[in-house]
Design a binder for this molecule. Structure first.
Ligand SMILES: Cc1cc2nc3c(=O)[nH]c(=O)nc-3n(C[C@H](O)[C@H](O)[C@H](O)COP(=O)(O)OP(=O)(O)OC[C@H]3O[C@@H](n4cnc5c(N)ncnc54)[C@H](O)[C@@H]3O)c2cc1C
Length: 459
């Protein structure tokens, strides 16, 4: 057969071949949460530890008994949700680990007061499913819905919402199992102020059993995207916050060699005055394509430039699309999974005051390489989020209105490679502190104790 005369045939073969290749790209699906073995580790695999036992929490009385028993035996207790934290926060050597995943019931939903009472081991995903029929949505959550409520409140997480303040401030009430083994109901006007220690308290002040969260409407937003220079961003953002047209927002800074820390794009979710009428929650989409694109970027050099160009094309293509609040709060995550032996991909987050952003970025250029193709330590992505001033929690990372730089980075696990990564991140943290910033605690602890104390003076 003369293929040149049959271009449609050749075209179809190429399309089928590409589809088969694409379909066969393996998608890593890690299992998060504890297995019931006594050797546990966190996401990075860098901190394996033998624990005494893991207890599955399924009723309050049992939990209370376990806490009292551990107190009598002088044992330490830790609490685990879905273990997405990356620094061994959920276990102690020879301690008792309470696995909260089965503590996951929706207890009460008040459509008119717009509140939901839910057990702390439930995921945001489960909460979103319960809210959907009522046209309701969360006020503050992470950009993904894969975490437990207890784990998220214990780190006082933030996301893309720029209107409702900190996650802790969206809680009306909670039931707490205190370190002494007492079960108590805690409201916002509790004179002992348990909430300000428990939220952002990493499980150190008791086990959150359930919480009552304030809700808002599942509004329909229109996406608006723009490209900017890094130097333009602080004034752009200040205007955006003041104008009140935008409900949610995030941005990305280029880490590609030819536009390194100079170019950005922003994604805004603007009010439309409409609510969700489509009534569905989106599932993970385009996992394979996103994974191929990210894998290209991971190679560094010209391929990272190509990845940045592809991202800019993509964000231009979603301009003017509509999306519900719930769907904007459940971004894809599977495509990011990375399981190459001998290497680890982790997150860090640095917060800087909004006004300090431009000078800070100039200083960051002295710490990380524009082209990290041949380096062991690589930065793949920097996303920018807003963390409004938090007047509520004690371990508080937003002492004023902050921009958080969420950094996806990768390095080897040999001792010298971890040491090199540690020294780069410690320098980065010093620069952050010099600009009046802080760093986020749910991730691997590269920072020194001194850096921790300077970031969190109320420790
Ligand atoms: C891919 C990825 C994306 C992320 N995106 C964001 C983001 O957009 N914004 C953000 O702020 N953070 C983000 N994070 C961090 C994330 O919010 C935290 O790691 C969060 O703690 C994960 O919830 P978890 O259920 O896995 O908690 P775990 O890791 O299981 O626990 C975290 C902490 O909470 C404590 N804890 C858990 N349950 C309870 C409970 N019931 N009572 C008391 N203490 C408890 C644990 O002891 C531990 O100290 C991200 C993390 C990853 C890996």
């Amino acid at each position: 057969m003369d293929l040149v005369k049959k271009p449609w045939f050749l075209g179809s073969v190429v399309v089928i071949f590409a589809a088969v290749v694409l379909w066969n790209i393996p998608i890593e699906k890690r299992k998060y949460g504890l297995s019931q073995s006594s050797l546990v580790t966190d996401y990075t695999g860098l901190l394996p530890e033998r624990v005494e036992r893991i207890v599955v929490a399924d009723n309050r009385d049992d939990l209370q008994r376990i806490v009292k028993q551990a107190n009598d035996n002088g044992q330490q207790i830790s609490v685990a949700g879905l273990q997405h934290s990356q620094g061994g926060h959920t276990y102690y050597k020879d301690g008792v680990v309470v696995d909260m995943r089965s503590f996951n019931r929706i207890l009460e939903l008040d459509e008119h007061q717009k509140t939901i009472r839910v057990e702390a081991g439930a995921t945001w995903e489960a909460v979103q499913e319960a809210l959907l029929p009522y046209g309701l949505a969360l006020k503050v959550t992470q950009s993904q819905s894969i975490f437990t409520i207890g784990g998220s409140l214990s780190v006082n997480a933030h996301g893309r919402d720029i209107r409702f303040g900190s996650m802790a401030e969206t809680v009306k009430e909670m039931t707490l199992l205190t370190p002494a083994g007492e079960i108590m109901n805690v409201t916002r006007d509790d004179p002992d102020e348990w909430m300000k220690y428990v939220f952002g308290g990493y499980g150190l002040f008791g086990v959150i059993l359930d919480v009552t969260l304030e809700l808002t409407d599942n509004d329909l937003y229109v996406i608006q995207t723009e490209k900017l220079k890094t130097s333009e961003y602080p004034s752009y953002f200040t205007q955006l916050v003041n104008q009140q047209q935008t409900a949610m927002h995030y941005a990305r800074v280029s880490v590609a060699p030819s536009s390194f820390l100079n170019e950005m794009y922003v994604i805004n979710y603007n009010y439309t005055d409409k609510q969700d009428h489509k009534n569905f929650l989106k599932k993970e989409q385009g996992v394979r394509l996103s994974k191929i694109a990210l894998d290209l970027g991971r190679q560094g050099g010209a391929l990272e430039d190509l990845f940045w160009t592809m991202q800019k094309r993509y964000i231009t293509s979603i301009n003017n699309q509509e999306i519900t609040r719930n769907n904007a709060m459940r971004s894809e995550s599977t495509f990011m999974e990375y399981t190459k032996p001998g290497r680890v991909e982790v997150l860090q987050e640095f917060f800087v005051p909004v006004h300090a952003y431009t000078e800070y970025i100039e200083d960051v250029k002295q710490v990380i390489q524009a082209n990290d193709k041949h380096d062991d330590f690589k930065v793949h992505n920097i996303t920018i989020r807003y963390a409004a001033k938090d007047n509520f929690t004690t371990l508080n990372y937003a002492k004023e209105d902050m921009l958080g730089l969420v950094v996806l980075m990768q390095h080897g696990v040999k001792e010298e490679e971890v040491t090199n990564a540690t020294s780069i991140i410690q320098r980065w943290t010093d620069i952050t502190l010099e600009h009046g910033g802080t760093y986020y605690l749910p991730y691997y602890r590269y920072q020194t104790k001194e850096q921790f104390r300077r970031s969190y003076p109320a420790w």
